[in-house]
Write a protein that binds this ligand. Sequence first.
Ligand code: NAP
Length: 551
Amino acid sequence: MSTQQLPVKGCAGLDLRGGIYLDAVVIGAGVAGLYQLHRLRDMGMSVRAYEAGSGVGGTWYWNRYPGARFDSQAEIYQYWFSEELYKSWQPSERFPAQPETERWLNHVADTLDLKKDIQFNTRIASAHFDEENEVWRIETTGGEKIVTQFLIACCGMLSAPLSDHFEGQASFKGQIYHTALWPKEPVDLKGKRVAVIGTGATGIQVIQTIAPEVGSMKIFVRTPQYIIPMRNPKYSKADWDQWSSRFHELKKRVRETFAGFDYDFDAGPWEEKTPEERTQVLESLWEDGSLSLWLASFPEMFFDEAVSEEVSEFVRGKMRERLGNDPKLCDLLIPTDYGFGTHRVPLENKYLEVYLQPNVETVDCKKTAITRVVPEGIETADGTVHEVDVIIMAVGFDAGSGALSRIDIRGRNNRSLKDQWQQEIRTSMGLQVHGYPNLFTTGAPLAPSAALCNMTTCLQQQVDWITGCIDYALKHGNQVVEATAEFEDDWVRHHDETAAKTLVVKTDSWYMGSNVEGKPRRLLSYIGGVGNYHKRCDELARDGYPGFQMH
Ligand code: NAP
C-alpha cells in the first residue's frame, strides 16, 4: 500500500517483453538491501528485492564457516532508524557469531514484514539500460524479466568469492569448501586431515575454531597478518538496557567518527607524547580487545613510516611472546614487510597458539607456492603433494567491484560496467557511476563502505542518501538521475589524492585490488573518513544534488 503518491514513471505504454514492472528493484537482501527495501516501500513505491540466497542476511547468510563472527561491537553493528528495533533484540555478547547475526537480520526482516517483497533463490544475470524508455531491463539467471525505473545494487563488497581459484580443484577426491560458500549442513571435520589456505580475517577465524576438532591441520601461509586478541564478554539484559539508554548518543557518534565506530582517534598527537605515554595508550587499547588499537589510536600510523614502524613493532612484540619466541614461527607468522593497519586487522582468539599444537603443520607459500590441487591434496612448487581429506579455501573475494562486475550491467550506449572496471575502477562517491542513469550502489568502490567502515553505519547512510535523492528527483518532476562525468572526475581525483597521502596504498591486499590478477590498482575504499564522507553527502542533498544531472 502506498503511503504517499510519488510521481513515478510507471509502465503505461511500455513493452514489458513478457516481464513485470516495478518502480524499483533492489539487488540483495543483506544489511543494506533490507533497509533499502524498507525505505522505498515506505515511500509508496512498488519494489522488490532479489536475493540469490534462500534467506536474508547477505554476508551473514553466506559466510557460515566455523568461527564466523563480526568484529564491530554489537551495540554499534546496528540499524539506527528505529530505537524500538534496537531495543527489541538483545545480543548475547560483544561480538556475536554468524548464527546469531543471521537470526538478528531475520528478526529485522520479520519485524518490518520485508520477506513478502523479497524473491529468494534468484540471481540477477543482467541489467541493461533501455535508453529510449529510460528504464532498466533486468533478467535473472532463470530467465525472468523485470523492467524497472530505479535499480539499487546492495550486493555487498565482499560477496564475490574467489571460489575457482586453483587449477585442478574439480579433481580433488575429498571435500573442498570456500568459506563464503559454506554448506548449511554440518561439516564433520573430526579426526580429518584438513588443509586451510589463507590467513586473512576469515582464515584466522576458521583455524582457531576448528583446531581442537581436526585430526591434523596443514595451514598454507603466504602473507602473515598483524592481529589483536578479541575480548568478547557476554552481554546481560542489564548490559543491553545500558546500551539501549545510549541509543541516540551512539547513533549520532557513529556517523561522525573516522570509521563509523563509537571510538575515534582521541588519544592526542603522537609527537606530543613521551614514549611511555604512547606505550600506555597502545597497551590500554590492546587490552580493550577491539579494533580500537587500529581505528582509535594514532592516525599518524597511516601517514608516517616511523610511527607505523613503532606501532607495528609494539604488535610484533606481543605476537612474539605468544609464539614463545620460536624463530621459525615468528618468521612465518609475524609481518615485517608492511605496516600495522595498512591492511584489515583481524581480531582473534588463541589463533597463534594453534601453531604450537603438535598436529599442526605450516606450509610457507612464499617459498613454495601452491601450484594446483590434485586428487590426493595440494601440490606445491617443490613437487610435494600435501595429502589431505578436506581443503578449506579462505582465499578471499573479488572485493568491491566483483559483485557488480559479475552481473552484465550495460548503461548508456551499451557500455559495460565490467569492461570499464577492467580498465579502471571509478564511481561517483560509490553511489553512482556516470553513464548508468538511475543505477545506485551501496558498498561499491570509492566510498568508506567499500572497506573502511563499520558496515551498518555506512550502508545505512548510503541507503538514506539514495532514498533522499530519488525522493528529491521525483518531487521535483524528474525521472532520471545520473552523476555527471565532471563530478565523477573530481571525486576520483579527491579519492586518489587522499589515498596517496597514506601508507595503505603501499601494501598489497584486497584493499588495493591486488589479490585478483589483472584487477586495476586503486584503493577500493575512500579513506577520508566516514564523518567527512557523510558531511559531503549531506551537503549534496542540502544543495539540491549538484553533480547529479536530473531530468
Ligand atoms: P583475504 O583477506 O583476502 O585473505 C585471503 C587469504 O588467502 C590471504 O591470506 C591470501 O594470501 C591467501 N591466498 C589467496 N590466494 C592464495 C594462494 N594462491 N596461495 C596462498 N594463499 C593465498 O580474505 P578473507 O580472509 O576472506 O577476508 C576478507 C575480508 O572479509 C576481511 O579483510 C574483512 O574485511 C572481512 N571479514 C571480516 C570478518 C569479521 O568481521 N570478523 C571476518 C572475516 C572476513 P595473500 O595475502 O598473500 O594474498
